[in-house]
Write a protein of this length. Structure first.
Length: 432
């Protein structure tokens, strides 16, 4: 069946947005199935740069229909701002083109305040969340007291539930974190009025998806964050609150178990991470600054959502093999190969030395302190001097760049189907 899944292989920020934009050229429906506006996907088309946090990147193609799945948590204020920005850029976003699952849960300003207070209270043990209210919203979902998008369609009962929610969080903020009382009445009125604007877009996305699959239309599912941030299989506890791996599509979109044509794993040519948590191949000093950039353009290593500088390091094949395994990836897309141009040599972490043994794949359940103690074993390859941003064919890549890609294929066991060499939509080399 024509289902394609694009999933990040690292700790997010792999460049999924522009890859999904490319893949969407052949898709009828583009979907998000997990997470919320803690995701940040950047797509550059000509002189326009689109920074999307909730709406699937593929919506920029005029022929696609976008779906925000039931596995998501949605901040109506963020979504409305995003919709308005896209409309101002000439993108049609009528209910004909954008569906919000009535099962998706809603993020409120109270969730955000609670998220920030909780991470602040952790002190030196802070997780480094985005402060977007993602965790508290998923907690409410699991505790069966969450607010779902479909409830917007029942205005009176929705207002009552929202007010109860603000009162509950107000008590938590005051008693646990000694915060000032919230103005529950005004917050309720303002937030309900804003959320109600989404009512025309709250529709049965599940039937639409199943009809499309039966008709043979291509459905592209876009994962948010990255594999190593998965709640169950990421570098716990430094993870997000949802299932970011490819299998999350089935519950996040209510698709049921069915065949998937393509699972495209997206990874940078080096490693990055935002926030706290173990990072065995992390670099510092001049080389780190060289890989990170200055932040002067959207392609530099600063978070789309947070604006925080990303931690950077050499590509970690121990983690990449693990991500390939748990996602069932059958092709890889390598992004930002151009950033490595000009380096005299490039290192790849091929294994860890850990507790007197050598590990080529991340052991399940490895504790953060154990991962911090892991010592990377590197293989060194020659770099290349050429600027490759204008290259569009494999044969025109410098031999050292070709060798680097072939070595990644050999070490991961997966074919590389695309390589990006710049931020623009057309700065891509296709190998298949």
């Amino acid at each position: 069946m024509p289902i394609h899944i694009a999933v990040g292989m690292q700790w997010g920020d792999e460049g999924k947005g522009r890859v999904v934009d490319l893949l969407s050229a052949d898709a009828a429906i583009v979907c998000r199935y997990n997470g919320g506006d803690n995701a940040g996907h950047t797509v550059t088309v000509g002189k326009k740069t689109f920074k999307l946090h909730l709406i699937p990147s593929g919506i920029i193609h005029s022929h696609t229909i976008g779906i925000l799945g039931g596995g998501m948590v949605i901040n109506p204020l963020t979504l409305l701002d995003e919709m308005n920005a896209l409309k101002l850029s000439g993108i049609e976003l009528s209910p004909r083109r954008l569906y919000i699952s009535p099962l998706a849960h809603l993020i409120t300003p109270a969730h955000r305040l609670l998220d920030q207070a909780e991470d602040e209270a952790r002190g030196k043990g802070a997780i480094g969340t985005t402060g977007r209210g993602i965790g508290p919203t998923y907690i409410d979902k699991a505790a069966r007291r969450g607010l779902r998008a479909g409830e917007i369609l029942e205005p009176e009962s929705f207002r009552v539930k929202v007010k109860q929610h603000f009162k509950l969080v107000d008590r938590q903020l005051q008693s646990l974190f000694h915060k000032e009382p919230l103005d529950v009445e005004s917050m309720t009125a303002e937030w309900v009025a804003a959320a109600s604007k989404l009512a025309p877009y709250i529709q049965d996305a599940t039937t639409l998806l199943h009809d499309a699959v039966r008709s043979g239309d291509t459905v592209l599912a876009e994962g948010a964050q990255g594999t190593l941030l998965d709640l169950d299989y990421g570098t716990y506890p430094f993870v997000t609150s949802s299932n970011t791996t490819a299998t999350g599509i089935f519950s996040g979109l209510a698709l049921g178990i069915m065949p998937v044509d393509r699972i495209i794993g997206i990874t940078k040519a080096f490693q990055t991470r935002v926030g706290a948590g173990p990072f065995p191949t992390e670099l510092s000093g001049e080389l780190a600054a060289r890989l990170r950039g200055t932040g002067a353009n959207p392609w530099d290593e600063y978070g789309t959502t947070t604006g925080r500088p990303r931690r950077v390091g050499w590509l970690d094949m121990v983690l990449l093999r693990y991500a390939v395994m748990i996602n069932g990836v059958n092709e890889l897309c390598i992004t930002k190969l151009d950033i490595l141009s000009g380096l005299p040599e490039i290192h790849i972490c091929t294994s860890y030395k850990l507790d007197g043994r050598e590990c080529e794949i991340l052991p399940m359940g490895l504790l953060p302190e154990q991962m911090n103690a892991a010592r990377p074993v590197y293989e060194t390859l020659p770099g290349w001097k050429e600027n490759i941003t204008a290259v569009r064919a494999w044969k025109d890549l410098p031999k050292s760049a070709q060798d680097y890609i072939r070595q990644l294929e050999m070490l991961s066991g997966v074919h590389v189907s695309m390589i990006s060499v710049g931020p623009e939509r057309d700065q891509v080399i296709r190998l298949d």
